[in-house]
Ligand binder design. Structure first.
Ligand code: CMC
Length: 394
């Protein structure tokens, strides 16, 4: 069967050629379609970045207007999707509902599973997914709270509409705070793509079997849910809260993270690719300071613990030697908490941000007609042996 090279975790294996995102882990560089993440986070909007990732160029004013209004037009989900919500227990994790319902879109749009979609049909699926995922995402939260679901508002921009669906009540108007809307835009931009990470590779691998966009993205959502991937931002805040409950002694937790007999890891530290710093973490740290100050939360105990932990880890030999730096999730959870997003929704927020990246990567893979992904293995099991009837087994 030929020679197989083992590369557990694909640390050195390139699975595809891609023109979407450039990442240099040594230098801490991240660019979408050539544009530095710092410029996009500062100057762009999430939908503009989504267009850039999916279609390869910054949109003209007319293109962006058309893209936005198409998305706005498709934000409603089929009323039967609402009925599915009723079947979920209210304690269900929002990611469980999100992945299930995104996959369920293949049932509502059965033509989406065809391997021979035209460019226009693919575009329609892209628009539907960009439009409906925020609605479903906000509803997962409302379902958990037992609150009435809010319908999307077509007079609002993407981020404002999401906040409205999350926080409005029939009895109470949700006052949009521009600081919150702008922070949300920034967070979503920072998460919008990250080349061949675990969930994106999942989307491409599933998609390489000619599976539908909705089915492939649903698989990506499940990959993202894992605590070593997108689940990390929830774990960061839970860790900070645990440190606070324990009296706030960060050195105790640093010692635990260094202890090889203890499985505890400092959540929000380390990255498979960034070995000097995570450029997203630099932007987000600044954003966290701005948002918390604007919301009057600059003295929050969690922020204090986070800063202490960061300082302690950055000056500790263990972390220096292993090149472990705060990653994007170290601060994103703190901002989400300040914006009023509950902890269990953090990974859903990550999914909302990563969606254009998943779409762009699925589309690129389709357009390049990539072969089905099928890694090899090195077999280490039993040699051939004969079947033993059950009554003769020891
Ligand atoms: N706390 C303590 N020790 C750590 C940590 C940590 N957070 N991360 C890595 N190490 C140690 C690890 O024990 C190993 O030590 P040794 O060489 O003595 O055995 C060494 O550093 C290398 O670790 P690794 O597990 O081989 O590194 P990796 O590249 O396979 O893992 C990682 C990367 C992100 C999974 C890992 O650093 C980690 O578990 N971090 C905490 C979870 C986290 O924050 N994840 C979010 C990643 S960023 C968002 C995203 O892109 O999804």
């Amino acid at each position: 069967t030929g020679y197989v090279t083992l590369d557990s975790g694909y640390k050195n294996t390139g699975a595809t050629k891609s023109a979407i995102t450039f990442l240099d882990g040594e230098e801490g560089i991240l660019r979408y379609r050539g544009y530095p993440i710092e410029q996009l986070a500062e100057k762009s909007s999430f939908l503009e970045v989504a267009y850039l990732l999916i279609y390869g160029a910054l949109p003209t004013e007319a293109q962006l207007k058309d893209f936005s209004s198409q998305i706005t037009k498709h934000t409603l989900v089929h009323e039967d999707v609402r009925k599915i919500f009723d079947g979920f227990p209210s304690a269900a994790h929002p990611m469980a509902i999100l992945s299930s319902l995104i996959c369920a879109l293949t049932a509502f749009y059965p033509e989406s599973v065809s391997p021979d979609l035209s460019k226009e049909e693919i575009d329609l699926n892209v628009i539907r997914l960009m439009a409906k995922l925020p609605t479903i995402a906000a509803w997962t939260y409302k379902n958990q709270m037992g609150h009435p679901l809010n319908y999307p508002r077509n007079d609002m921009d993407y981020c404002s509409n999401f906040l409205h669906m999350m926080f409005s009540f029939p009895t109470e108007k949700y006052e949009l705070n521009p600081v919150v809307v702008s922070a949300l835009n920034k967070l979503l931009i920072l998460h919008a793509d990250h080349e061949q990470n675990c969930s994106t590779s999942t989307v491409r691998l599933v998609g390489s079997a000619n599976a539908s966009l909705y089915g492939s993205v649903s698989a990506g959502i499940n990959a993202l849910w894992g605590p070593l991937h997108g689940g990390a931002n929830q774990e960061v805040v839970e860790m900070l809260e645990a440190i606070e409950r324990d009296g706030g002694d960060t050195s105790k937790f640093i010692a635990k993270a260094k202890d090889k007999n203890d499985s505890f890891r400092l959540m929000g530290f380390g990255h498979r690719v960034y070995k000097n710093f995570d450029p997203r973490a630099t932007i987000i740290k600044k954003a966290a300071d701005e948002v918390l100050t604007a919301l009057g939360l600059q003295d929050s105990p969690l922020l204090k613990i986070a800063k202490e932990l960061e300082q302690a880890a950055l000056t500790d030999e263990y972390f220096i030697q292993r090149k472990l730096y705060p990653n994007v999730d170290f601060y994103s959870g703190i901002i989400y908490k300040a914006l009023g997003i509950p902890t269990e929704m953090f990974t859903v927020m990550f999914a909302l941000g990563r969606l254009p990246g998943w779409i762009a990567q699925w589309k690129e893979m389709r357009e390049n007609k990539e072969p089905i992904g099928r890694p090899r293995q090195i077999y280490v099991g039993e040699k051939e042996r004969n079947y033993v009837p059950i009554n003769e087994r020891a």
